[in-house]
Write a protein that binds this ligand. Structure first.
Ligand SMILES: [Zn+2]
Length: 456
């Protein structure tokens, strides 16, 4: 059994003592007495049934869940990404219907994403699953005067350049962080006049209005509201330049905080990188919301072989709700041991058209005839640099003791920079994800072709 496999094996970055910024995918928070996780992809996709059953197994939790179904929920989403929150909401609701004969009545008020692909996904959604409004940018909530003020602060910041010495860079980063701190303080002091009630909406091709406080007050006692935000993690990621408070994503973060203060949704569900500074959320929202932080080892906590350690923060509007849960309780009820490895995502056959096309393209670049390439291992067809990376990973894999049941790495990254091991590194759109066992690369679109991965 692959129980807690992710935490048992050293990462190549550590073994190689490379200048690694990666950190291990940790399953440490999985309690040792957790129930066994899924052992097939089919079982993995039965997670909503498992989650609802687990919550309902306790009479007090069941009573609280039933109470939630007495309200009509208004859901909004900032930093919307690929709409996973909406998919989860639907999947859980379907199971609540099956198991309890109840429904979480809900409507989607808006989504907001600056990424064009994510917005296309929202605009292409149909029926009740489509949010009422589709906003493009958090900056759109600013009045012209506030935008000018914030632009002014940003224009005074030193720019970071590749030519800088480490000392110059450190000094510039400190100045940038101080300037963003000033911006946050200004916005926090003036948000009631700095934010507009309207933002440009792509669904209605014009400015659409949200009433202030619409999350908490204007819809009557039978209504409740939930706001979801996958806050930017770029400045706080284990990857990238580690710009932290000096990263330009601080500006939309402040605007988001102030917009939540105006809208007052009952519950906030926020996720970001593990290193995201929790005091920032406390500073801008703590007086209005009771904030509960969760360190989440990612999908591995629920038995999914995907690494994505995250920080979650739940916010409860103090005037409406009290939180009685804890991370310990969450882990006790919902965590599952890891029994699958990331190899489970390499499920397409060699004669699958998409696999053949990819191999054909590799062969073409290497000037190898496809008829000959068909029977050659993938690694021979990769460019020299990628072959070298595979060789280095093989060496690290053979040094591991015990050897993990799977070894999955990203051939677009130098050894030691990205974590490699028994789970899929992360559901990223880029990267050449390679399995040493399967001797094959796979990317996210291919992994997502599995019929069980379609929306429920
Ligand atoms: Zn609209």
């Amino acid at each position: 059994m692959l129980k807690r496999a992710a935490s048992r094996y050293p990462l190549p970055g550590q073994a190689a003592k490379a200048k690694a910024k990666a950190q291990p995918v940790s399953a440490d928070s999985t309690p040792s007495d957790a129930l066994p996780g899924p052992s097939t992809l089919k079982e993995a996709f039965a997670w909503p049934a498992d989650m609802v059953k687990a919550v309902c197994s306790d009479p007090e939790r069941l009573r609280r869940l039933k109470q939630l179904t007495e309200k009509s929920w208004q859901v909004s989403s900032d930093y919307s990404g690929l709409r996973t929150e909406e998919v989860c909401f639907q999947a859980l609701n379907q199971e609540i219907g099956k198991q309890l004969g109840l429904e979480l009545k809900h409507s989607f008020l808006y989504s907001c994403a600056c990424d064009a692909t994510c917005r296309s996904l929202v605009l292409g959604t149909t029926g009740s699953r489509k949010p009422q409004h589709c906003f493009k940018d958090l900056n759109g909530w600013l009045t012209a005067e506030a935008e000018m003020e914030l632009d002014g602060i940003e224009s005074m910041m030193p720019k970071l350049t590749k030519e800088m010495t480490p000392a110059e860079r450190e000094s510039a980063e400190t100045k940038r962080a101080a300037a963003y701190d000033e911006m946050g303080a200004w916005l926090f002091k003036n948000y009631s006049t700095a934010l507009r009630k309207k933002n440009y909406c792509l669904e209605h091709m014009g400015s659409c209005e949200l009433e202030s406080g619409s999350g908490s007050e204007s819809h009557g006692p039978d209504h409740a509201s939930l706001a979801v935000a996958g806050l930017t993690c770029v400045g706080w990621s284990i990857m990238g330049k580690h710009e932290g408070f000096g990263h330009n994503s601080m500006r939309p973060f402040f605007i988001w905080c102030c917009h939540q203060r105006e809208q007052k949704p009952w519950i906030l569900v926020v996720e970001s990188a593990l290193r995201f500074p929790r005091p920032s959320l406390e500073k801008y929202l703590g007086d209005m919301y009771h904030l509960v932080f969760f360190e989440h080892s990612g999908p591995v906590l629920h038995g999914w072989p995907v690494g994505r350690p995250r920080m979650y923060c739940l916010g409860f509007l103090r005037s409406k709700l009290t939180s009685v849960g804890s991370q310990e309780e969450y882990n006790k009820v919902l965590s599952r041991t890891l029994q699958l490895s990331g190899d489970v995502f390499f499920f397409l056959d060699e004669d699958d058209q998409e696999v053949m096309n990819e191999k054909f393209m590799l062969a073409l670049r290497r000037c190898v005839q496809f008829s000959a390439a068909q029977n050659l291992p993938w690694e021979i067809l990769y460019p020299g640099a990628k072959q070298q990376i595979i060789e280095e990973h093989k060496k690290l894999f053979h040094q591991m003791c015990p050897q993990p049941p799977a070894y999955i790495c990203d051939l677009d990254q130098n050894v030691g920079f990205m974590s490699a091991g028994p789970v899929w590194p992360c559901l990223v759109r880029h990267g050449t994800i390679y399995s040493l066992n399967k001797e094959e690369a796979c990317n996210c679109p291919r992994a997502l072709r599995h019929p069980r991965l379609s929306c429920p």
